[in-house]
Design a protein around this ligand. Structure first.
Ligand SMILES: *Cc1c(COP(=O)(O)O)cnc(C)c1O
Length: 352
């Protein structure tokens, strides 16, 4: 079985080795030191500043999205949500549930986020943006530079769900002026699901301290306080943290530029291979993490099912309206050009 899914993904041998070991007790100096090293490595990979911080939440990515909404925003905010697919819609739902004042910039399927579309919201008193840098449901990669300068010009906070973009596409926490960066274990980090990292800017930390507490489990203040000594308020996903620590060390040794570049090369290789198949690729900016493939004559879900059952090759199916029109093929995780050769060969056979 080979996973071309966006998460869980194919894991690396060093991660599998760590995940097979007996877990340690975690209220110890040794575990604290490991947590602090993981924080430092995460800050290095994302180019955060000394005073920025990272907390670890035992939750899937959506838990971290909700936690960010609860801890970093309040009723005085006027929030702009970039809503270009199911993850953008999730931010809208979260704002609704938590009774926050938001507007959404809605993109239809295939529609790119442009400077013109964004300019409608210029100078209108918005205080924060919520955006999924790679809207994984469509594979659209928004222009971080454009969003970043929009936020700087308008004095807004920039809250970025980079759950599928981190390690696949360029992100610079400091120079992009990001206030909150959300990352999760099962995407390009290629770890077990259930652990999320939230990187927070110094100015957002000051703001969090002023917002009344609305949650116990997800309270960022207690997480930040405990993380000063490399701990968490509650029992964390100890095993996934050990996987994370190992993986961050490996990534640091490879170097972030090479990690992104090799993901880009895999994406490009695959996109080249499917040129002669009767499929199309949307023409908005694509993340290196995933390639959305459109079957103009339908049958996408059946192709997903046959590739899985007859070949053991698992691509990512789509939900809702796109179920029969689109599958997505990921370029994150432990995948190689031969895997794409096998996938495209199988796709050709199934399509015929
Ligand atoms: C995977 C993903 C999430 C998180 O989904 P969970 O199922 O909660 O882990 C959130 N946002 C984006 C952009 C994602 O790709």
């Amino acid at each position: 079985m080979t996973l071309f899914t966006v998460g869980p993904v194919e894991m690396f041998p060093s991660t599998l080795e760590v995940s097979g070991r007996q877990l340690p007790y975690f209220r110890t100096d040794e575990f604290s030191a490991l947590m602090k090293e993981a924080e430092a490595l995460m800050k290095k990979l994302s180019n955060a500043k000394e005073e920025d911080r990272v907390i670890l939440l035992t939750a899937s990515g959506t838990g971290a999205m909700e936690a960010a909404v609860m801890n970093c925003l309040d009723a005085d905010d006027k929030i702009l949500v970039i809503n270009g697919g199911s993850f953008g819609r999730r931010f809208c739902e979260l704002c609704g549930i938590h009774k926050l004042n938001y507007e959404s910039l809605d993109l239809g399927f295939g529609e790119a986020l442009t400077t013109e579309a964004l300019s409608v919201y210029e100078g209108k008193g918005f205080t924060a943006i919520l955006v999924n840098l790679d809207e994984t449901s469509t594979g659209q990669l928004y222009d971080l530079g454009m969003l970043s300068s929009f936020c700087k010009r308008n004095g807004m906070y920039l809250i970025v769900d980079a759950i599928s973009a981190f390690l696949a596409d360029r992100i610079d926490f400091a120079s992009d002026g990001i206030d909150v960066l959300i990352v999760s274990s099962q995407k390009a980090l290629s770890l077990s699901p259930g652990l999320s990292l939230v990187e927070i800017s110094a100015r957002m930390i000051r703001r969090i301290e002023e917002i009344p507490q609305r949650t116990m489990y997800f309270d960022f203040r207690s997480h930040l306080k405990d993380m000063e000594r490399g701990q968490t308020p509650f029992t964390p996903a100890v095993g996934t943290i050990l996987e994370l620590h190992q993986r961050l060390r490996d990534l640091d040794a490879i170097g972030i530029d090479e990690v992104i570049e090799s993901t880009r090369r895999r994406a490009e290789y695959f996109r080249g291979l499917i040129k002669d198949l009767p499929v199309s690729i949307p023409n908005y900016r694509l993340s290196n993490a995933v390639t959305p493939i459109i079957f103009d004559n339908g049958g996408a879900y059946e192709i997903f099912r046959r590739l899985k059952d007859e070949y053991g090759l698992v691509v990512t199916p789509s939900g809702g309206d796109l179920r029969d029109r689109m599958v997505r093929v990921s370029h994150i995780g432990n995948l190689h050009t031969e895997d794409y050769d096998a996938l495209v060969k199988a796709m050709k056979e199934v399509i015929e």
